[in-house]
Design a protein around this ligand. Structure first.
Ligand code: FAD
Ligand code: NAD
Length: 475
């Protein structure tokens, strides 16, 4: 007799494993299928985020930031060191250790919640049945009352620069390099290009980033993009805008990358080339021909606002559906879907999803940027506060950047916030919460913020919206 569950989740990344846990919390019987295999040949839960994305990249960003600070800031604090050297193998061992701890933590969480963690491939058949093929056994058909597809995404490969795993590489390979390349090329100045470009640049590589768009960080507020571009330039990251890569050829002396820019055809030679031009939904082998699931023209599973596919009882969440490819977006969709399956009312507020780029300075935003608000036609006001005027930022030797808040002229509703500077990714949470509670900037103005703290910059930027900043001259 086939096994039967209330909910079968395919994919144990941050979307899938969170959906599984929340469903189990509702008292439902749950199985979670995942086939992820790491480079050591071992299977692991946690998906891209824990194994090859958010977590390992942040581990290396932290290590490389410490190298940078030891080399450039310690002297200002009066701390003497000998020459700072880097042991990449130890750095990578730490990264791998963090990944191992967290992925086995997910396995433990599944167990603690009495979720059947099934290691192998899942395929959706007709009538909410799932074919499960274990890594070391025969396929079985599992009955499910509900199925949640959380299959994630995979890097986009360029035909003109196909991955070879050694010289032309994807973001996962770039996280596992054992030697600092002397010359590293990166295609795409998006989130991955900037985060990984920063890591290897701080560890001593000469990094050139080729970006097809003319505007730097086109998705960010222009004030934030301007500060960031200047800082990255100072740090030695060579970002070439309007650079359309036309070919990449790997050879004995490195990779020859050709691109076109406003001055015509150009060429650079690098030791390794990271291609980071976005990710595509990963649905390979996920759907039987008669599953009834619809894909859009870019391969995303078509869902409504509540992540329902057009097949009753089948939902899809995370990177394999529309919306930003962010771990926290997928997790919240997972919670929503599990609550809906349990008969509760639930929704995701897609207007209030924070974005963070973990470079130094860190970049974070939520809501609309100034150009978007302007285009919407709504009258607005803005307030900014520079970290150079923050006592805490000065003490931390991290005075680059600012907090900028945009609110509506008529009712002071917060429309967006844009931060570049220390702990931007932590500071943005205050605004996310404020927006979720429909707070105004006046609500933040009247909230006590600890002194001295970086959060005071959020307070002062809120005050500046009404020309009431206390620790910086108003407009
Ligand atoms: P995934 O994490 O991709 O998980 C999907 C899982 O499903 C995988 O384990 C896969 O093996 C499994 N699977 C797929 N198909 C099947 C099948 N048929 N059968 C069995 N198993 C299957 N986001 C952030 O929010 N913050 C960050 O700092 C951040 N940093 C990143 C850094 C890098 C280098 C990269 C590449 C991504 C980063 N992201 C970050 C994006 C984040 O990793 C993704 O948004 C997130 O992992 C998506 O979660 P998911 O659960 O939808 O999919
Ligand atoms: P991205 O969409 O952020 O950036 C891709 C960049 O490549 C864009 O700037 C694009 O203009 C450029 N590009 C595309 N084709 C090009 C070409 N042929 N030549 C030159 N440039 C080209 O994608 P990504 O950096 O690959 O990241 C993938 C996803 O992973 C993103 O959606 C992101 O949300 C997620 N991610 C998030 C974080 C984070 O939250 N901190 C970190 C890493 C990745």
């Amino acid at each position: 007799m086939s096994r039967s569950f209330d909910v079968v989740v395919i994919g144990a990344g941050p979307a899938g494993y969170i959906a599984a846990i929340r469903a189990a919390q509702h008292g439902l019987s749950v199985a979670c299928i995942d086939e992820w295999k790491n480079r050591d040949g071992k299977n692991a839960f946690g998906g891209t985020c824990l194994n090859a994305g958010c977590i390992p990249s942040k581990a290396l960003l932290e290590s490389s930031e410490l190298v940078h600070r030891a080399q450039h800031e310690f002297k200002k604090h009066g701390i003497q060191t000998g020459e700072v050297s880097v042991d990449v193998a130890t750095m990578q061992k730490r990264r791998a250790g963090i990944v191992r701890q967290l992925t086995s933590g997910v396995a433990g969480l599944l167990k603690a919640n009495k979720i059947e963690g099934l290691v192998g491939h899942g395929k959706l058949l007709a009538d909410t049945k799932v074919e499960f093929t274990p890594v070391d056994g025969d396929a079985e058909i599992v009955d499910a009352r509900n199925v949640i597809l959380a299959a994630g995404s995979t890097p986009i490969e360029l035909k003109i620069a196909p991955f070879d795993g050694t010289q032309i590489i994807d973001s996962w390979d770039a996280l596992e390099l054992e030697v600092v390349p002397e010359r590293l090329g990166v295609v795409g100045a998006g989130v991955i290009g900037l985060e990984l470009g920063s890591v290897w640049s701080r560890l001593g590589s000469n990094v050139t980033v080729l970006e097809a768009m003319d505007d730097f960080l086109f998705m960010a507020d222009r004030d934030v993009a301007a500060v960031t571009a200047k800082e990255f330039k100072k740090q030695g990251l060579d970002i070439k805008l309007g650079a359309k890569v036309t070919s990449a050829k790997a050879g004995a002396s490195g990779v020859t990358v050709q691109y076109d820019d406003k001055d015509g055809a150009q060429s650079i030679e690098v030791d390794q080339l990271v291609v980071a031009v976005g990710r595509r939904p990963f649905v390979d082998g996920l759907l039987a021909d008669d599953s009834g699931i619809q894909l859009d023209e870019r391969g995303f599973i078509v869902v409504d606002d509540e992540c329902r596919t057009r097949v009753k009882g089948v939902y899809a969440i995370g990177d394999c559906v529309r919306g930003p490819m962010l771990a926290h977006k997928g997790s919240e969709e997972g919670v929503m879907v599990a609550d809906l399956i349990a008969g509760e009312t639930a929704e995701v507020n897609y207007n209030v999803i924070p974005s963070v780029i973990y470079t130094s300075p860190e970049i974070a935003w939520v809501g609309q940027n100034e150009a978007e608000v302007k285009a919407s036609g709504r009258a607005y006001k803005t307030g900014s506060f520079p970290f150079a005027a923050s006592g805490r930022a000065k003490a931390m030797e991290q005075t680059i950047g600012m907090v900028k808040i945009i609110s509506a002229q008529d009712d002071d509703e917060i429309l967006g916030a844009h931060i570049v500077g220390p702990m931007a990714g932590e500071l943005i949470s205050e605004i996310v919460l404020a927006m979720e509670f429909s707070a105004s900037t006046e609500d933040i103005q009247r909230t006590i913020h600890a002194h001295p703290s970086l959060a005071e910059a959020v307070h002062e930027a809120s005050l500046a919206v009404d020309n009431k900043a206390l620790n910086y001259p108003n407009k």
